[in-house]
Design a protein around this ligand. Structure first.
Ligand SMILES: Cc1cc2nc3c(=O)[nH]c(=O)nc-3n(C[C@H](O)[C@H](O)[C@H](O)COP(=O)(O)O)c2cc1C
Ligand code: SF4
Length: 652
């Protein structure tokens, strides 16, 4: 992996290695300004060895607020915040760039409940956010171009080393470039030369403003991978021309567009996308420009980044979620501790999932991310205590790992022969294998910290009392919820968990109905497995759509697969009964009956219930300090389980 740690010259800036964090919105800004939490977040990644951090987008004009929490660089009050980030990352030898941004029509949310007028090259609506923009007049174009230059100067005044124009993902510069969106007949529309004019003017203004001391680059989608998106030939032509004009110090390549559902999935590709699949697009850009080419997209391990660089596809690799998940990843490589890397599993739950829900980003495997001010540095225990953890799923493993790291003597009891709890089941779902990495990572953290594991040991309350531990953490998880149903005869009713464990056991006959209450991975996954095993599947969901509770890009990939596998989707129904050849549902809005005939198999994906007997028994004993964590308190997801494990371990 030597190449990964060679310096790279980007215009006037030299970065110490080829691992960088690409611009990503953190939802840690407040009132458009940098916060102490944002500073701490970036400090952790710089300390961990990243060569370059590209800060999240900064709006360049009052019309650039695409979310209610975007950073803004529209007046000088922003400068001191940038300076704090620069002062936090520079001591580690990490360089800091910032993204200059205008979303054009890609306005995701309102500031106050009312939607503002969005602007674009032309009044062409987008598919994903259903925005019909207003065509920019030339005076406003000039104002926005000047806004880019003024914003660049503010980032420079804050001590940043470079700025990056966001021309990727269908944002404003890409809207001008894209002939499907740009239908202008003035000097900004028509042939590719005219469509490039906006971006060219922006780069000229920015370069002219900041001078030769600051790197100026551009992020672009090598292909927006959308029927109405910017096509590869135009993206390549734009890169070649801007490079020829000497306006770029680097090009950062990604794929996809914000404008459509399927196009946006590439912005933060979930685990069903191959590792580093975007490198092929970067390689094409490399053939048409002389400046360094950076690439991002599902590069979660240093070996993969090294391979991409060795192959000459790119000069540096964004490992953005890899660093969200493990800020120390580069240092671990340098220190020969590659096996200690907590690899990102591209689940999208707490990083982009939080962003889309409007919360500060974090990581399901590493909830310390986004909470650096609270949990940034492990605090060694003042007095080493004995800790018993019951349950080897994600909550128990995290609690055990952190408690042991803090210096406590920890024994973890697990009733089964394998650790992992429901995560093992989740990783058996189609295209979800990588999810199991969460358990591998937690197990290796816990073993390194010195946790003693007692597998196949279903510990009782009496045994726990007999051990007289200083603290007990109960993480006994959950079991499938079976709702009360009206049944007639001997209907074939099974549970999604059992189906996922052994999909071949259920014989196809007529229709197989999967009754999905939670609208998450389980119902979809079971439906897909059954369809693959020859069943004619109806996925009956209690909400508006399958996967409703999932992060959008994950949902899109999964729902797309339902369609490909010809699985019938029935929305807005709840399960009420079953007999030997029919399944009885009820419409959740009208209460009217919905009967599915010739349905010989019913599979229940109805969530789960806590397994909390031990917790109740131990909690009643006032001589013990007992904390419940994860699903045994209330069934939720791995994210809450791991976070509660962390909190419980810190409280000892
Ligand atoms: C929470 C989150 C927010 C993001 N916001 C931005 C953004 O503001 N600008 C941008 O260019 N890319 C954004 N991205 C995309 C990342 O820069 C990067 O391209 C993407 O995560 C894929 O790289 P990875 O597989 O290394 O994570 C975001 C990604 C995440 C996870
Ligand atoms: S939440 Fe999932 S996708 Fe996001 S950084 Fe963590 S492991 Fe990666």
């Amino acid at each position: 992996m030597k190449r990964l740690f060679e310096p790279l010259v980007i215009g006037p800036v030299t970065i110490k290695n080829r691992i960088f964090s690409s611009g990503h919105d953190t939802v840690m800004a407040r009132d458009g300004l940098v916060t102490d939490q944002l500073v701490a977040y970036h400090r952790a990644r710089a300390k961990g060895g990243a060569g370059l951090i590209v800060m999240q987008v900064s709006g360049v004009h009052s019309s650039a607020r695409y979310t209610s929490h975007v950073l803004m660089a529209t007046d000088d009050s922003c400068i001191s915040g940038y300076a704090k980030v620069a002062a936090a990352v520079h001591p580690s030898g990490c360089k800091l760039f910032g993204q200059l941004f205008h979303p054009g029509r890609e306005v995701m949310e309102s500031q106050d409940g009312s939607m503002p007028v969005a602007w674009s090259a032309s009044a062409v609506p987008n598919e994903r956010f259903r925005v019909t923009p207003r065509e920019l007049d030339e005076r406003t174009i000039a104002e926005i171009v000047a806004g880019y230059a003024r914003a660049a100067l503010r980032l420079q005044a804050g001590g940043l080393d470079g700025v990056e124009i966001v021309a990727s993902h269908g944002y404003l510069p890409a809207q001008f470039l894209n002939s499907s969106v740009n239908q202008r007949s003035d000097g900004y529309g028509g042939d590719i030369g005219n469509r490039l004019r906006f971006l060219r003017e922006v780069l000229e203004a920015v370069k002219g403003a900041v001078g030769p001391g600051m790197a100026v680059g551009m992020r672009i989608s090598g292909d927006e991978l959308d029927p109405a998106g910017l096509v590869e030939d135009d993206a390549l032509a734009a890169c070649a021309e801007l490079d020829r004009l000497g306006l770029l110090d680097y090009v950062s390549v990604t794929v996809g567009t914000s404008a459509s559902l399927s196009g946006s999935d590439h912005i933060v590709p979930p685990m069903n996308y191959p590792v580093g699949y975007t490198a092929a697009y970067a390689a094409k850009v490399k053939q048409v420009v002389k400046v360094p080419v950076l690439v991002a997209g599902r590069i979660n391990q240093p070996q993969d980044a090294a391979r991409i660089i060795e192959q000459g596809s790119a000069d540096a690799c964004a490992m953005t979620r890899a660093l969200i998940c493990d800020p120390e990843m580069p240092s671990k490589v340098i220190g020969g501790r590659v096996e200690e890397i907590r690899a990102c599993i591209a689940c999208n739950q707490a990083c982009i999932g939080h962003f889309h829900a409007g919360y500060p980003i974090s990581c399901i495997q590493h909830p310390e991310t986004g909470r650096e001010l609270l949990y940034g540095r492990v605090q060694k225990a003042v007095r080493a205590r004995t800790v018993v953890v019951v349950g080897g799923g994600p909550a128990g493993l995290k609690a055990a790992a952190v408690a042991a790291e803090r210096g406590h003597a920890v024994t973890l009891f697990e009733a089964r022969s394998r650790l992992g709890g429901q995560v093992r089941l989740a990783s058996a779902l189609p295209d979800r294998e990588e999810f199991g990495g969460a358990i591998d990572n937690l197990y290796s953290e816990a073993s390194r910290s010195g946790v003693i594991f007692e597998l196949r040991h279903s510990v009782t309350a009496a045994e726990v009392r007999g051990m007289a531990p200083d603290a007990v953490i109960v993480a006994t998880g959950a079991q499938p919820r079976v709702p009360v149903l009206e049944t007639v005869g001997m209907p074939a009713v099974s549970n999604a968990w059992a189906v996922i464990s052994a999909p071949g056991r259920l014989k196809p006959r007529g229709r197989t109905v999967v009754a999905d209450w939670r609208a998450d991975w389980v119902g979809i996954g079971a439906a897909r497995m059954l369809a693959a095993a020859g069943h004619s599947v109806v996925l009956a969901v209690s909400g508006y759509a399958p996967g409703e509770s999932l992060q959008q890009y994950v949902r899109d990939s999964m729902v797309g697969s339902l369609y490909r596998q010809h699985i019938e989707i029935m929305p807005l129904v709840r399960i009420v009964g079953v007999d030997e050849d029919s399944v009885y549902l009820q419409h959740v809005l009208t209460g009217e009956p919905v009967i599915l005939e010739e349905a010989y198999n019913l599979v229940l994906a109805q969530g789960s219930l806590p397994v909390d007997d031990l917790l109740r028994e131990l909690a009643a004993d006032e001589s013990l300090a007992v904390t419940g964590v994860g699903d045994c308190l209330a069934p939720r997801t791995v994210e809450e389980a791991v976070l509660e494990g962390l909190k419980a371990a810190w409280a000892i």
